[in-house]
Design a binder for this molecule. Structure first.
Ligand code: AMP
Ligand code: MG
Length: 352
C-alpha cells in the first residue's frame, strides 16, 4: 500500500484535503492525523474491521483499547449508555482539549474498538484540522497514538512516516504537536473519578471542577504488584532501545554523577546519550547530549521528550542517562513528563 502524505495547516484548512481524508475513513481505511497532544492513527470507530486494521498497523495487542475521537460534545451521547453529570462538567470545562473520559459504551461501539471492554474512551481534540477531519470522516474516529507498538508516540509527521509508511492509507502532516504528550485519561465509571494516565489536564484542574479525584497508584510506581486500570499502561510503551536510567538529586551533583557514569560506560564501549536541560547541557561531556528544554517552561520539556528518545534510537545509543523532572506533587504537566520518563526507564530511578 502506498501511504499518501498531505499537508494541512491549522489556520488554512483545505476542505478538499480534509474531504479526501474523511472519505478514506468512511471506506474503511486508515489515516494518521495531528492533534494537540500527539499524532493519532485513525479509523472508523463504528467499524470493527477498521479497528482491527489499526491494531495490525501498530503491531498492538488487541486487548489495548482505542480512544474514540469526536468533533462535537453532543456526539458523546450517541456512543455511551449514560452521560454522568461529571462528564458534562468536564466536557464543558476542557473540551475541545487533552482530556479523555472513560464511560460505559452502548451497542454502537464494537468491542473491537474497546479491546473487549464495556467501557469506551472518548475525547474531543483541540486541533482545527483534527476536528474538520473527524467531521468529514463521519464523526467517530478511533485512534491510538500513530507509533508502532513499543516506540514513543510521534510528535512529528516524519516519525509517523518512519513507523507507518506502507501500512496505512494517508498521513495528514500538520507540523509539530503543541503539547507533545498523550491526553489525560480519567475514568468516570468509578464512584470517585480516577486518573488512569496523567497529562496536561492535572488532578488539581479536574478537582476544581469535580471535587474529589484520585490518581491510579500504578501511574508513578509501575506495577507495584497492582495491575493498572488503563490496559495500555501495563505494556512497557515508549521505551527507547538504549537502557535509560534517571538520576535525581541537586543539579550540580546530578551533572557530576552522570558525567562519571557516562565516562565509565564509554570505556566499556557503550554509546551514551544524556538528557539535560538548557541550563545544564553545556556541562555534559563526551556523549550525545540533548536538552529537553527549560525547567522554567515545563511545556518545552513535554514537547521535546519523545523526539529525543527517537533521536537516540536513530543514533544507536545503547545507554541513556536523564536528569529527573520531579517537582512538587500536583503541579503542572511535570507529573505527566515524569510518568512517561519513568515508563521509558522501566521505573529505574536513582536518587543521589
Ligand atoms: P494511546 O492513544 O496509544 O495512548 O492509547 C489509548 C490509551 O487509552 C491506552 O493507554 C488505553 O489503555 C487507554 N484506554 C482506552 N480505552 C480505555 C478504557 N475503556 N478503559 C481504560 N483505558 C482505556
Ligand atoms: Mg500510544
Amino acid at each position: 500500500m502506498e501511504t499518501k502524505v498531505i499537508l494541512i495547516e491549522e489556520e488554512k484548512i483545505s476542505r478538499e484535503a480534509v474531504g479526501e481524508a474523511g472519505k478514506i475513513i468512511k471506506n474503511g481505511g486508515l489515516v494518521a492525523f495531528p492533534t494537540e497532544t500527539v499524532y493519532g492513527l485513525g479509523g472508523n470507530a463504528l467499524d470493527e474491521k477498521a479497528s482491527e486494521k489499526i491494531y495490525r498497523a501498530k503491531g498492538r495487542p488487541s486487548d489495548n483499547p482505542l480512544i474514540v475521537h469526536i468533533c462535537r460534545i453532543e456526539d458523546m451521547y450517541s456512543i455511551v449508555k449514560e452521560v454522568p453529570e461529571a462528564a458534562k462538567k468536564l466536557a464543558d470545562a476542557f473540551w475541545p482539549g487533552p482530556l479523555t473520559m472513560i464511560l460505559e459504551k452502548n451497542e454502537k461501539i464494537p468491542y473491537a474498538t474497546t479491546g473487549g471492554l464495556d467501557t469506551v474512551a472518548v475525547r474531543m481534540p483541540a486541533h482545527k484540522a483534527a476536528l474538520a477531519f473527524i467531521d468529514a470522516a463521519g464523526g467517530y474516529v478511533a485512534a491510538p497514538s500513530a507509533n508502532r507498538s513499543g516506540k514513543p508516540s510521534p510528535t512529528l509527521a516524519r516519525y509517523v512516516m518512519e513507523d507507518m509508511d506502507g501500512r496505512i492509507d494517508m498521513i495528514i502532516d500538520g507540523g509539530g504537536n503543541r503539547i507533545g504528550l498523550e491526553s489525560t485519561i480519567v475514568d468516570l465509571t468509578e464512584e470517585v473519578p480516577l486518573i488512569l494516565r496523567p497529562g496536561y489536564i492535572t488532578q488539581e484542574m479536574l478537582e476544581k471542577v469535580l471535587g474529589r479525584v484520585e490518581t491510579d497508584r500504578a501511574v508513578m510506581q509501575g506495577d507495584g504488584g497492582q495491575a493498572p486500570k488503563a490496559p495500555g499502561m501495563k505494556y512497557r510503551h515508549y521505551s527507547p532501545e538504549g537502557e535509560l536510567t534517571i538520576i535525581s538529586g541537586s543539579e550540580e551533583k546530578v551533572v557530576e554523577e552522570i558525567n562519571r557514569r557516562s565516562a565509565e560506560m564509554k570505556k566499556r564501549g557503550e554509546k551514551v546519550g544524556i538528557i539535560g536541560t538548557d541550563r545544564t547541557a553545556a556541562f555534559y561531556k563526551g556523549a550525545s547530549v540533548k536538552s529537553a528544554g527549560s525547567r522554567e517552561e515545563e511545556g518545552s520539556i513535554a514537547r521535546t521528550l519523545y523526539r529525543i528518545l527517537r533521536e537516540f534510537d536513530d543514533e544507536g545509543i545503547t545507554v541513556i542517562y536523564s536528569e529527573s523532572f520531579e517537582e512538587p506533587a500536583g503541579g503542572g504537566i511535570g507529573q505527566a513528563i515524569m510518568n512517561r520518563l519513568l515508563k521509558a526507564a522501566g521505573y529505574r530511578i536513582e536518587r543521589i
